[in-house]
Design a protein around this ligand. Structure first.
Ligand code: RFL
Length: 395
């Protein structure tokens, strides 16, 4: 049977960053991934990295391609009533910035660097099961190419996302679950077209939210608000462009460029947190433990932040026997998770069309407008928004 100090389930941002940080501490980890390498390196998701996420990757020598190819941003645009309002978060937050870099690029970089340093990833690991997490000798079992495999480890990191096998391995009675579906969903569109904006745009519109996000000089990402459960078949390309034109329209002659749609899908929104993020020798990180609505672009950044805390805590425990940081892992992470959850939910309600069936919809729409005007009109309110958006708080 194979052995490693830490068994990591999932080769997403959380699992891969954790693997690298542990290796920098001199701790051996093995990563199990359900999908193929090709699949995870092409999966389109997030694209906005916080200053502190990039700084961590740089400190660990993981940001060379990101530095060369990522785009630095210092402002974001909020649109409503056809008017454009720039929040200059760079100036408001002491020069901190965000970097646009596609999640699949980052995942590809982390996998390449991990394999180059001699690390192991078992791709296409099927039916991963966690055994003995409540004892001192946990084991991971899986099958690959028809063969049964086992890994004995001292600790298990559950980094396998929302639908993974790790969280369900914890007895339900040991977890408190906060699961809050939101009455919004996004049609996410990837198009082969140069961006029509230099900075990310969030547009609040009576037809629903529209977002113009950035990826590269030749590819752009767009989001359109729809109702949860809406099938993507209801969104032919012509309808997507028509809605984007309407919802992003301004009164100053700005125009939207169109291009071939490369990918599109509908994602429902939810807020989800489990407490605690640990059970016995299993530690959850990233989407396995929490989901935030995507509006504030925080999920990947939270996943990396969890990995940083977990790597340091595991290293202390494995190398000195001091378990205090590991015991406090969940509390340390949850403090940040709830702050980010609060901001992400607040920003979601700020920028989406409030559905008619929402209790007090008319009142809430008036309050939403008052908040938008305050964020765009008051330097203090803009600074508060900017601080949460760039993730200024340390924890
Ligand atoms: P991931 O990325 O889901 O990786 C988990 C990995 O585990 C594998 N896996 C398993 N492996 C073995 N056995 C099993 N049983 C397994 N089950 C699953 C999976 O194949 C996968 O490789 O979780 P991680 O590492 O926690 O990272 C979280 C982020 O991916 C996620 O929070 C972000 O994508 C959220 N998000 C955004 N975050 C940002 O910080 N900035 C953004 O701009 C941003 N935009 C977004 C987003 C998420 C979106 N969707 C699709 C929900 C935009 C959207 C539309």
């Amino acid at each position: 049977m194979a052995r490693a100090a830490v068994g990591i389930v999932g080769a997403g941002p959380a699992g891969l960053v954790l693997a690298h940080l542990l290796a920098d501490h001199g701790i051996e980890a093995v990563v199990l991934e359900q999908k193929s390498r090709e699949y995870v390196e092409k999966r389109v998701r997030a694209g906005l990295l916080e200053h502190r996420t990039v700084a961590l990757l740089e400190r660990h020598g993981l940001a060379e391609r990101l530095r060369a190819r990522g785009q630095v941003h210092r402002g974001v645009e909020l649109r409503f009533d056809g008017a454009r309002h720039r929040i200059a978060y760079g100036e408001l937050c002491g020069g901190r910035h965000m970097t646009v870099y596609a999640q699949q690029e980052l995942v590809g970089d982390l996998i390449g660097l991990w394999l180059a340093r001699g690390g192991t990833i078992a791709f296409e690991a099927e039916d991963v099961r966690l055994h003995g997490i409540e004892g001192e000798r946990p084991e991971l079992c899986w099958s690959a190419g028809g063969r049964s495999e086992r890994l004995a480890c001292e600790f298990v990191a559950g980094c396998d996302g929302f639908h993974g096998a790790s969280r369900p391995a914890i007895p339900a009675a040991a977890l408190r679950v906060y699961d809050h579906p939101l009455p919004f969903a996004w049609v996410g569109v990837l198009a082969a077209v140069a961006p029509s904006t230099e900075e990310i745009v969030y547009a609040q519109h009576e037809r629903g939210f529209a977002g113009h996000m950035l990826r590269s000089d030749t590819v752009s990402r767009f989001y359109l608000q729809t109702a949860p459960g809406d099938p993507i078949e209801r969104w032919p390309d012509a309808r997507i462009w028509d809605e984007l034109h309407r919802r992003l329209a301004t009164g100053d002659g700005w125009t939207l460029r169109e291009g071939p749609v490369l990918e599109k899908s509908v994602t429902d929104m939810r807020s989800f947190v489990v407490e605690p993020m640990q059970f016995g020798r299993l530690f959850l990180a990233g989407d396995a433990a929490h989901i935030v609505p995507p509006t504030g672009a925080k999920g990947l950044n939270l996943a990396v932040a969890d990995a940083r805390v977990l790597a340091d805590a595991l290293a202390l425990r494995l190398q000195t026997g001091d378990a205090r940081a590991l015991d406090a892992y969940s509390a340390t992470c949850l403090a940040r998770v709830w702050r980010v959850q609060d901001f992400s939910i607040w920003m979601t309600w700020l920028i989406h069309r409030i559905p008619d069936e929402t209790p007090d919809a008319a009142l809430r729409r008036r309050l939403q407008r008052a908040q938008l005007e305050r964020v765009c009109g008051s330097p203090a309110a803009a600074a508060t928004f900017a601080e949460s958006y760039v993730g200024l708080e340390e924890a």
